[in-house]
Write a protein that binds this ligand. Structure first.
Ligand code: GLN
Length: 400
């Protein structure tokens, strides 16, 4: 009866062997368990704008409670197209080029599932937002990592080596994932860097999948440039964005892709069979959100600048070396001064003994050793939260 005996892994896909659970989400669970301040997962602990909450309430009351069109409510798609034109000068057809998904998370998986064949390679800058690795595996592709090198002085930019990037491209490369502003480094890719990436994409006939979810969160005069706006990229770019970070509604799960019609068709097919659609009333509220005046976005960026400049001095005071972010709402730190064996033992001590949750750096790298001296903090939090974290962090002992 050997055939009838179920081995422990008998029922499982081999794919799930190739990745672990999300460390970011696990740290949130640990924060709750230990009543720690959660500076791990990147979600705001302050309220969403009143106007958009009201729009969501009204949509529910008006009985917009059945499925939206699978690829997204028309007025949200129109608002997305208008915003892309206003901010990046890119003309988008909302009927054929926009797909609304369940968050940018689903947008990325649906895109990869729509474009990847077995054996395809996806170029990913490292450190990377941890979803990209499993997303590639789920879609049957192989991730190919290229390092973003940290600045020696902690103040400058993280940079890639052009030769290393070129070496990662081959006839097996299907796509490159570009995340700008970048999670976890806070890097904002410059026009020159994006042009170098563009030239490789054109030379090797590669698609750019660009995650721009932090596109409105910028500091120190940094400019957000969509790679789709560069000459030659419009027809080979999938631009991904969503409501979560810009409007402080990470739980709503409304994101989208903008891509040429042929690619959009493929994404829509995958998306339809995966999820049918994003929450209908929240899509209506999305249309209202994207109609907020420009002043909203300036206030958003100013608010994050103040939070960045509140947390970083507290971290420095506690003994961390901080890589200065130019965008997004994370700060990568160097924990060498604390004398721990690695990032995981450090973050375990931090959450249990100090009462602050952060993300171990290794979860942003293929090889854990590469992130063993790094820890990421999120600062998308109220002043009180950041101040309480600062108070607790003073109990750390650094060997300065
Ligand atoms: N992007 C957020 C982070 O890096 C989390 C997103 C998520 O957990 N889905 O913390």
């Amino acid at each position: 009866m050997a055939d009838g005996v179920t081995r422990p892994k008998h029922f499982l896909s081999d794919k799930v062997e190739h990745f672990t659970e999300s460390v970011i989400r696990e740290m949130t669970r640990q924060a709750m368990l230990h009543s720690a301040i959660n500076l791990a997962q990147g979600f705001p602990d302050f309220p969403a704008p009143a106007e958009i909450k009201h729009a969501a309430q009204q949509a529910v009351a008006a009985d917009i409670n059945q499925y939206a069109i699978t690829w997204g409510a028309k007025n949200l798609r129109q608002a997305i197209a208008r915003q892309m034109q206003a901010w990046q000068g890119i003309v988008v057809n909302p009927e054929t080029e926009v797909t609304v998904c369940c968050g940018s998370t689903e947008s990325i998986v649906s895109t990869l599932l729509a474009v990847c064949n077995p054996g395809d390679e996806i170029v990913i800058f490292e450190p990377f937002y941890e979803n990209y690795g499993p997303d590639s595996v789920i879609s049957g592709a192989r991730p190919r990592f290229v390092k973003l090198h940290p600045p020696n002085d902690y103040v400058g930019e993280w940079t890639f080596d052009e030769r290393e990037l070129r070496a990662a491209f081959s006839h097996q490369t299907k796509a490159i994932i570009v995340n700008t502003p970048n999670n976890p480094t806070g890097k904002v890719f410059t026009r020159q860097e994006l042009e170098f990436i563009r030239d490789l994409c054109v030379e090797f006939n590669v698609l750019a999948i660009t995650d721009e979810i932090y596109g409105h969160i910028l500091y120190d005069g940094a400019e957000h440039i969509s790679i789709a706006s560069l000459e030659g990229m419009r027809e080979r770019t999938v631009t991904i964005n969503g409501m979560s970070k810009t409007y402080a509604v990470t739980g709503w799960r409304v994101g989208w892709t903008i891509a040429p019609p042929t690619i959009t068709n493929a994404i829509r097919k995958v998306h339809d069979f995966l999820t049918v659609g994003a929450p209908a009333p929240l899509q209506e509220a999305g249309a209202a959100a994207l109609g907020l005046p420009e002043s909203y976005y300036h206030k958003l960026a100013d608010g994050y600048l103040a939070r960045r400049d509140r947390l970083i001095p507290a971290l420095v005071e506690a003994g961390f070396k901080c890589f200065r972010p130019r965008g997004a709402y994370y700060v990568m730190t160097d924990i060498s001064a604390f004398g721990f064996a690695d990032d995981v033992s450090f973050t375990q001590n931090l959450v249990k003994e100090i009462g602050v949750a952060a993300v171990p750096g290794s979860s942003f790298y293929k090889h854990p050793r590469d992130g063993a001296r790094q820890v990421r903090f999120a600062f998308c939090k109220r002043d009180e939260t950041l101040d309480e974290a600062a108070r607790r962090l003073r109990r750390l002992h650094a060997h300065k």
